[in-house]
Design a protein around this ligand. Structure first.
Ligand SMILES: [Zn+2]
Length: 157
């Protein structure tokens, strides 16, 4: 037999469990909402990742293409240089190579409007007169940087 007291206790317990169930349902709802929001964030980040990866792929392929072009250009220039070097007297080529090594890859410079394009200094009147007096096939050099000066119609002589 169940006493009225037992029945009352049971009813209290049922009420308490119902409140607890309500609380837990709220927690479940909140967790589901958070999960949904996290899934949206995952999807959003996934899209951004895909977009960044696409940019990386594009940049990589453009870099590889440019690199291939540079290799081809380099080979072509090396061939041209070989041809030109073959027509330059050996002692001049030796001097040029020596200067090129010493002067950061530039062994000869254009004399442009009285200025050495190697060191950017303008030749003084004495130097200009020496260059003017030199034979057309003579090797003239910059007094400042010692590079070989290449005379053209734009040299200002
Ligand atoms: Zn110079």
């Amino acid at each position: 037999m169940t006493s009225p007291k037992d029945l009352e206790n049971l009813q209290k317990e049922i009420a308490s469990l119902a409140r607890r169930q309500g609380d837990l349902e709220d927690v479940v709802l909140e967790v589901m909402e958070r999960r949904e929001s996290a899934q949206e964030r995952v999807a959003e980040l996934g899209e951004r990742l895909a977009s960044v990866q696409a940019k990386i792929d594009d940049a990589t392929s453009r870099r590889d293409e440019a690199s291939g072009q540079l290799d081809a250009d380099s080979a072509s220039v090396a061939k041209e240089r070989e041809v030109v070097a073959g027509s330059v007297p050996a002692d001049l080529l030796k001097l040029y190579d020596k200067l090129r090594e010493k002067e950061g890859g530039v062994g000869a410079a254009k004399l442009f409007q009285r200025r050495c394009e190697g060191c950017r200094l303008e030749l003084n009147i004495t130097e200009l007169n020496e260059v003017r007096a030199a034979a057309p096939d003579a090797v003239v050099r910059c007094e400042n940087c010692r590079r070989i000066l290449v005379r053209t119609s734009e040299s200002g002589l």
